[in-house]
Structures are given as C-alpha cells and as structure tokens.
Design a binder for this molecule. Structure first.
Ligand code: F3S
Length: 275
C-alpha cells in the first residue's frame, strides 16, 4: 500500500497560534478557561482538559481567572463583558477573522447592511454578527437571497472556510439584486490551499482518508470535495476509526486533515494504516 499525505494538511496558522497560546498559558497561570472548545478536535480538547483547562460556556459563569478567546473570535458585546469583569484575557482570535470584524464594524457604522455568506450557527459567523449589532443577513444559498429584504447598499463578507464556488455563485446573484455592493472576499487562503491540494490528491488515489473532528466545518467541506473526486472517501476522527474494510478498495491511499487536526494525530493514522 502506498500512502500519500496531502500538503498543507492539519493545523492552519490561526489554529496553531490559538492552541500554542493555551499550552503556553498552562505553564504560567492557574484557572484557565477557553470560551467554548479551543478547536473542533476532541483529542486536543481532551488533552487540555487533562491539564486542567476548562471550557467556559457562558461569560456570566466566572468572576476571575484567565479566559482564552478562540480563533473563531467573539462579538463586540462579549469583548466588553469580559473587559468589564476585569478578567485576564488571552485573545487568540485568528488575525484573518479579526480583519473581518473590522470590515464589518466599519461598514456597519457607515450605514451599510452587512451580508455574511456562511453558516448562521457557526461560532465564527456568530462572532462576526456581533460586530454589527447582531443584525447581519447570513446567507448560504440562492434561496436565502430571495428572502432578503430590499437593500440599497450592503457590504458582503465570507465565513473564512466557505467554498470558492459558493462565494462566486452567491456574490454574482447579490450583484443583480443590490446596486451598491461592497465585496470583501474574506475566505482564508489556508483553507483554499488545503482544499485545492486535497482535491488534486483525491482525483488520483483509490482511497481518500479525511481526518478531523465531527463538528469541524472545514473538515466536513474537505470530505465533500474529496468524495466528489474519489468514491472511497472516508471521514475519521482518529486512528481508532480506521478499519480494514476501508482499505480494501485499492493500493493508493491519500490522506488529508482539517485545520484543527494536530500533526501527531495525522502521524498516528498513517502509522496505523501502515501496520
Ligand atoms: Fe485563521 Fe484561516 Fe485558520 S482564518 S483560523 S488561518 S482557516
């Protein structure tokens, strides 16, 4: 069996930066909380829990300690609440997501409607929405555009992980409906590069393995893209999910991993398949 690892698999810059910040904090602080799971990866979250890092569901639930804001970012009001409580803050919001917050806040203040192309219930999108008074229009399909109210001028941004094809399609449709449309393609390049590499690999292997958390949106999109090109594509969370049947379909196996999959977990999967 030949195993080929797709380039740019696993942790992206923003996720690595966030996870590193938490591990660094463990060395110097007690009472560390992450505002939601730091990444969509149960193995990493479990390791941090073993080291005493707690997951905070609600800012109201603590009065002191260190709070880490994850790479997805948070809304303006949540920032204000954290500052008001005088908590020790570690801001691990990905700089690319921060840029979206600034674009949204600026255009909202200038009187533009805000349109976010993304998943309404994704924490990144909820955070973005928090920079325009939670009044953005979140769309994910052409149908959503038909349900928009009449808008004279709008600023449109993207959830960092959405597919280029979805962005192109929906922005083209928005142009026909809205006269003054300011377009900021805020898709993340790391995602694009990972997706392109995975697509190319999936097209030439017999079996494709996509590693990542079940709740990871970017892993799910990677799976979809690979499945379109390789019928024998399987999504797994860790080496434990590998079974012999998966590897029956051929000799050449491609491996890719979502942005929240650490390198040690990818190595474990490759070693398990090899053995
Ligand atoms: Fe940031 Fe892109 Fe990763 S937005 S968190 S570097 S996928």
């Amino acid at each position: 069996m030949k195993i080929i690892l797709s380039p740019n698999s696993g942790f992206c810059f923003g996720v690595k930066r966030a996870v590193d910040k938490v591990y660094k904090a463990i060395d110097t602080r007690d009472d560390i909380y992450t505002l939601g799971p730091i990444i969509h990866n149960p193995q990493v979250v479990g390791d941090l829990a073993d080291k005493g890092v707690n997951i905070l569901k609600n800012i109201d639930d603590i009065e002191d300690g260190t709070v880490v804001i994850r790479s997805h970012g948070i809304g303006h009001t949540e920032y204000e609440n954290l500052k008001f409580k005088n908590l020790d803050l570690i801001d691990a919001t990905c700089p690319y997501v921060k840029r979206i917050h600034k674009i949204v806040q600026k255009h909202w203040n200038m009187g533009y409607d805000i349109i976010v192309i993304g998943e309404a219930d994704h924490p990144e999108v909820m955070g973005i929405n928090g920079w325009c008074n939670n009044e953005s229009h979140v769309i994910y399909s052409a149908n959503d555009i038909e349900n928009l109210p009449n808008i004279d001028r709008a600023c449109v941004v993207a959830q960092t992980t959405i597919l280029q094809s979805k962005w192109d399609d929906l922005v083209a449709k928005l142009h026909t409906n809205i006269k003054d449309l300011k377009v900021f393609n805020t898709r993340c390049n790391a995602t694009h590069i990972r997706q392109e590499a995975a697509k190319q690999l999936a097209a030439k292997v017999d079996i494709m393995i996509v590693i990542g958390g079940k709740n990871s949106s970017n892993t799910h999109k990677l799976y979809q893209l690979c499945k379109e090109r390789c019928e024998n594509t399987f999504a797994i969370e860790s080496a434990k999910d590998i079974n012999k049947n998966m590897l029956d379909a051929g000799e050449i196996v491609g491996v890719t991993a979502g942005a929240s999959t650490p390198i040690w977990l990818i190595e474990e999967v490759v070693e398990t398949m090899e053995s």
